[in-house]
Write a protein that binds this ligand. Structure first.
Ligand code: BG6
Length: 469
């Protein structure tokens, strides 16, 4: 089977991880500009001040994407370039930059797929409470509307938020992302509700503009599986899926929160401060949400937590994303399993679980349109005689694309695949040590770009529409 012609082969990036130019052309200061400079927060103190200088080199980078045959480029807009202080005046130079990026993509026939929020929030808003403050909802909707109006004639694919579970859990439970708060479930659930409300309001605004495009949200897709058939572990997996999947997917796709979690939050005193009007807005926006974006890296293997232990962020030296912790409510723990394969950072490599998870989503949410908006291998790429021979990445993406193909054959409504990432970029917590790109960036030599082995491989996949996979 070849991939259908309306299926997009793409690759992705995010503003803070590639752009640099952190103080140029009127850009405001973001929470990440500040947070990354607090000692000990990022790997070897790395930050996005320069990143891989995409701000100045976007033409060179997009030319390479075109050479690779990329059909679509998923990138994010830095809110601080558009409205530097969060909810004040619009910065025209910021609009110019993204107009240039979009036009450059279109020049080569590359579909721009735009994320509005990939974690870099104006610092003013963060200091006023960030996602726990409802002012941020209105500010986001205003920013979204500015973007829709400025770029909507050419951008037809919009993602409101990237991975709410990550910036909320790392921000309010683990303290590893801004605002760096540890173990505060009340704030965590409030932040998630405010994000869902902001998403719903942005969907309403977009729909009213009648731009004939589509709008959705991107979630982490990390389905939880019990380690065995034991009932107590299966119950633990159910619990984990309710908290990590249903809590995120239900409000967007079903327009309401899962009853199981709502009930438990009430018992624990963690119910968000929500109004009837907000809940109604979430309910009404759900059928207008056009698609769901899935970022799949790994599943979670879980078992019942048999000790008193709950997740303790302070006890962890650094956050790697690898399993091995009790959940924040102490119900289950995530574990590594001897018979599974893992990356150098301890992330499980499981294309089979990807397919199982997609089946699970289809069973729960029906025929909703989906894109894989991120998937890829973080690795320290082997360099031999100046060539970047990233065979493990090729194998990883090949196996996951096969799973996508199988899912399509089984009737899952998948319309695109975006590898993470198009180019080597700054990992939020792992600096430049962990690479994901098809294009290598030489940090010792003027940030020069070089094609990796995977570049040619992906080009061939796109040209042949995945026929040989
Ligand atoms: C996703 C994010 O969670 O994972 C990306 O959307 C991120 O921005 C990617 O870079 C990989 O994470 P890490 O920690 O390996 O850099």
């Amino acid at each position: 089977m070849k991939f259908p012609h309306d299926f997009l082969f793409g690759a992705a990036s995010a503003a803070y991880q590639v752009e640099g130019a952190w103080q140029e052309d009127g850009k405001g200061i973001s929470n990440w500009d500040v947070f990354s400079k607090i000692q000990g927060k990022t790997f070897e103190g790395t930050n996005g001040d320069i990143a891989v200088d995409h701000y100045h080199r976007y033409k060179e980078d997009i030319k390479l994407m075109a050479e690779m045959g990329l059909e679509s480029y998923r990138f994010s807009i830095a809110w601080t370039r558009i409205i530097p202080d969060g909810d004040g005046l619009v910065n025209n130079k910021g609009l110019d930059f993204y107009n240039n990026v979009i036009n450059e993509c279109l020049k080569y026939g590359i579909v721009p797929f735009v994320t509005l929020y990939h974690w870099d929030m104006p610092q003013n808003l963060e200091e006023a409470g960030g996602w726990t403050n409802k002012r941020t909802i209105d500010a986001f909707v205003k920013y979204a509307e500015v973007c829709f109006k400025a770029f909507g004639d050419r951008v037809k694919n919009w993602i409101t938020f990237n991975e709410t579970v990550v910036f909320c859990s790392l921000g309010y439970l683990e303290g590893a992302h801004p605002p760096g708060i540890v173990n505060d479930p009340k704030k965590y659930f409030q932040a998630t509700h405010n994000v869902f409300t902001a998403h719903a309001k942005a969907v309403e605004v977009y729909t009213k503009l009648v731009h004939f495009g589509e709008i959705g949200i991107t979630h982490v897709f990390s389905p939880c599986f019990s380690i065995d058939e034991q009932l107590e572990n299966q119950q633990a997996a159910y619990h984990a899926n309710q908290y990590w999947l249903s809590w995120y997917y239900d409000p967007v796709l079903k327009g309401k929160y899962p009853e199981y979690v709502v009930k438990q939050l009430a018992e624990k005193g963690w119910t968000p401060d929500w109004t009837e009007a907000e809940l109604e807005c979430i309910r009404l926006a759900a059928p207008k949400n056009d698609f769901i974006g899935l970022n799949y890296y790994q599943p979670q293997r879980v078992m019942k937590n048999n000790s008193e232990e709950v997740f303790d962020a302070k006890a962890r030296e650094n956050v790697t994303g690898a399993p091995g912790n009790a959940s924040f409510d102490g119900v289950y723990r995530s574990v590594s399993m001897d018979d599974k394969k893992y990356t150098k950072w301890g992330w499980e490599i499981a294309p089979d679980a990807f397919l199982d998870g997609l089946r699970m989503l289809k069973a729960d949410y029906g025929n909703v349109k989906m894109y894989i908006t991120e998937n890829g291998l973080g690795d320290q790429d082997p360099i031999i005689e100046d060539e970047i021979l990233d065979m493990p990445r090729i194998k990883y993406i090949e196996a996951h694309l096969k799973a996508v193909k199988n899912a399509i054959q089984e009737g899952v409504n998948l319309k695109g695949y975006y590898a993470w990432s198009v180019i080597d970029l700054l990992s939020w917590l792992n600096g430049y040590k962990k690479q994901y790109g098809f294009i290598y960036v030489d940090h010792k030599n003027n940030l020069n770009r070089k094609k990796k082995l995977s570049f040619q491989w992906y080009k061939n996949v796109i040209e042949t529409r995945g026929q040989d996979l």
